[in-house]
Design a protein around this ligand. Sequence first.
Ligand code: BES
Ligand code: MN
Ligand code: MN
Length: 441
Amino acid sequence: MTDLVERVREVLPSVRRDLEGLVRIESVWADPDRQGEVHRSAQAVAELLAQAGFDDVRTVSDSGAPAVIARYPAPPGAPTVLLYAHHDVQPEGDHEQWVSPPFEPTERDGRLYGRGSADDKAGIATHLAAFRAHGGRPPVGVTVFVEGEEESGSPSLGRLLAAHRDTLAADVIVIADSDNWSTDIPALTVTLRGMADCVVEVATLDHGLHSGLWGGVIPDALSVLVRLLASLHDDEGNVAVAGLHEGTAAPVDYPPERVRTDSGLLEGVSEIGSGSVPQRLWAKPAITVIGIDTTPVAAASNTLIPRARAKISMRVAPGGDAAAHLDALEAHLRRHTPWGAQVDVTRGELGQPYAVTTTGPVYDAARSAFRQAWGTDPVEMGMGGSIPFIAEFAAAFPQAAILVTGVEDPATQAHSVNESLDLGVLERAAITEALFLTELA
Ligand code: BES
Ligand code: MN
Ligand code: MN
């Protein structure tokens, strides 16, 4: 057992170098100009897995981003574990706000900075470390599945699961793409919210008008849009759309001071919504406006804006149905558009929420591995973010036990500037996963 811990520590420097190599690849699938980079990162992942000792490594795709599948067959009588991560990353945002360049992995104070250093190239690193620590011969079957379009909502994942069903079939699925409670306390993610988004466009005119000649009589589309968007919350900041689902959060104490520290909320700005923090983050719906197209200020003239649109993103609490939530949102938007303005709703992505019950031998094995690696049991926490394909995995392999782990921590800043990985967390996560493979055997 302790030998295995030692072996993880031995392989970690090489895993760290490999992670840095992956971070240097700008695998932003959402950016059409960088899809070639996503092919390059799939190639790099495939090479790393082959070097680690998997002899069956393939890169697959179905009209979407390339995914990598590597297989190590189960010894007779042993179960098979599917280890998941994704090699695509979010766009890096404003380069000016990065302390070190986003695609140049840089260590500061025990953290490795760079886009994807945590979300989710560290998930790939964790799987590599666990497999290498076992000398490429773990006591269970291991299939590694590294997807390339998670950050775009995994549109072709369902087809990949169907096409490679037999290759991917497993008894246990480990999804290393979530958070830890802190850098000292691990977490098992037991619920994730789902999501649904849409673009709402309002129009009052088919051309702009002189705002002095017509202002006061003719409504401009931007004023219509902001009133409509304002109707999505009540004064307290609770979502005001009728018919949405609310569940009950995992019973975890989340100190309110943590909200301020972890989010970086500016002085004087208050939280929104009612109920405990876990309840609002994990078990209630949320609605955010994530983009608006209208006349930019620099181009503003005294003109009534004829047409404007916004993208709205909604999180769906576990127990709710994403499609039904989008229906409710769409109905709200049509009903609340003021002054008879024309409204058009384009429905976007849907992802179902997920909840798991962590009883049974597989979860006991996981808790035991966590205890040995971190010296403490994992917190069973919910998650406000979404990993929509988990529901698809669960549907494709209903017998499999699904574990949602991860290498992020509250300071990671996934999707934001200055994303980083705590290197101690990477080590403990790798040790946990290596031990877990042994415990399962
Ligand atoms: N790894 C995240 C999900 C996550 C975020 C888990 C924070 C734990 C903490 C995943 O990569 C992600 O960003 N998911 C997207 C899904 C979307 C793009 C379909 C999300 O939550 O917005
Ligand atoms: Mn992720
Ligand atoms: Mn992400």
